[in-house]
Design a protein around this ligand. Structure first.
Ligand SMILES: Cc1cc2nc3c(=O)[nH]c(=O)nc-3n(C[C@H](O)[C@H](O)[C@H](O)COP(=O)(O)OP(=O)(O)OC[C@H]3O[C@@H](n4cnc5c(N)ncnc54)[C@H](O)[C@@H]3O)c2cc1C
Length: 337
């Protein structure tokens, strides 16, 4: 049984808490239900959008089509080798519940990605990352359905074209594939990655160096640093950290001695977008019902009744001032609908 709902409210379905509607909405717990929903959309000539936990989306208007939310469950061990384990996970599983599952069994690789909101199905889309780890480090395969042909597709890690907050699903396969399952290869003898930010320091305070302690430390830091979407609407980092040529960075450094940076490659440097935004005076600024978070300049927030278009407008103003002051283009990480 599959129920396609009409004029469905999305306020509780996006972490910005934006009041938008979709013309049609369906939750599909199996691949055949997704196929049925796709046929329904083709028959009525409706555009299709996939929604996970709504934690990386900005609705600026109502959606005049069919939103499909894959709710496919299941975590299945498909290969159990002496040093590794391969798991196949349903797209509808909550990401952090899955990370908790892996850590509690001693399977390492995802502990640094603890407490990221959203569903497993969205994890390959922007190649989620935090504390020096990205989803691409453990994803070995993505299964899905092609929205146009309705045929099953499988992509290996390299076919996914993963990059910083990017994959083929944001490139040539944008809006083309519904991810149904993701395969992760995890380690039974994990080596910990703790060099990022103050992670090492927090782990020291919490005791033994295990994947469980890494998870606990990550959760502790994230709770201190990031606003909870249940308390104040937001979608995490609104912009990507820009990559600039080393020569551009050097010129910037001559002007701003303290500009923070990470080496991205031999020729490129990554600059924290939050620092650029803060330098332009945006940190903590309130514009109508939205604003820039007081502790995290990279996070735009909805103080209650903001419209998506207001937040988008604020994002454009921020992009403009960063460009005027630094000559750097900030790219949005959040998906604007
Ligand atoms: C407080 C907070 C902190 C965050 N911290 C981080 C962080 O540290 N690192 C990070 O990388 N991100 C972070 N994010 C962003 C977000 O949590 C991730 O991008 C997450 O993967 C989005 O998952 P979702 O299920 O909510 O996707 P949604 O927001 O519902 O969708 C995001 C995009 O993926 C597509 N999509 C979703 N599911 C599927 C599917 N099954 N098949 C095909 N396409 C799909 C959607 O169409 C949309 O384009 C944060 C967000 C918040 C609110």
């Amino acid at each position: 049984m599959i129920e396609i709902k009409k004029d469905y409210p999305l306020k509780s379905r996006n972490t910005f808490g934006l009041d938008a509607y979709t013309r049609f909405y369906v939750e599909a717990s199996k691949a055949d239900k997704i196929s049925f929903s796709l046929n329904y959309a083709s028959y009525y000539n409706l555009p299709v959008m996939i929604l996970g936990g709504g934690s990386n989306i900005l609705f600026t208007k109502n959606y005049e089509g069919l939103i499909i939310r894959p709710t496919i469950q299941g975590i299945e061990i498909i290969e159990d080798a002496p040093e590794t384990v391969t798991v196949r996970v349903g797209a509808g599983i909550n990401w952090d519940s899955f990370v908790e599952w892996t850590v509690s069994r001693g399977f390492g690789g995802l502990e640094n990605l603890s407490y990221i909101p959203g569903d497993v199905g969205a994890s390959p889309i922007q190649n989620i990352g935090a504390y020096g780890v990205e989803a691409k480090d453990t994803i070995i395969k993505v299964e899905g359905l092609n929205i146009i042909t309705k045929k099953k597709v499988e992509l290996t890690n390299s076919e996914c074209q993963f990059d910083y907050r990017f994959s083929i699903f944001k490139g040539e396969l944008k809006h083309r594939v519904i991810v149904t399952h993701v395969h992760f290869k995890l380690s039974k003898k994990p080596s910990l990655i703790t060099h990022y930010g103050n992670l090492d320091e927090e782990i020291e305070k919490l005791g033994e160096r295990t994947i469980q302690t890494v998870r606990n430390a990550v959760i502790k830091i994230r709770k201190q640093k990031l606003p909870e979407p249940t308390e104040i609407g937001n979608a995490g980092s609104f912009f990507k950290n820009p990559l600039v040529k080393t020569s551009v960075f050097k010129a910037l450094q001559n002007k701003y001695e303290k500009v923070p940076s990470y080496t991205a490659s031999d020729t490129q440097v990554k600059i924290p977008a939050g620092w650029l935004i803060e330098q332009c005076g945006w940190k903590g600024k309130k514009v109508g019902s939205c604003g820039v978070h007081q502790n995290q300049a990279l996070v735009l927030v909805n103080y209650g009744e903001a419209k998506g278009s207001e937040i988008l407008n604020l994002a454009h103003q921020i992009q403009k001032s960063v460009h005027e002051q630094f000559g750097i283009e900030l790219e949005m990480e959040v998906n604007v609908v």
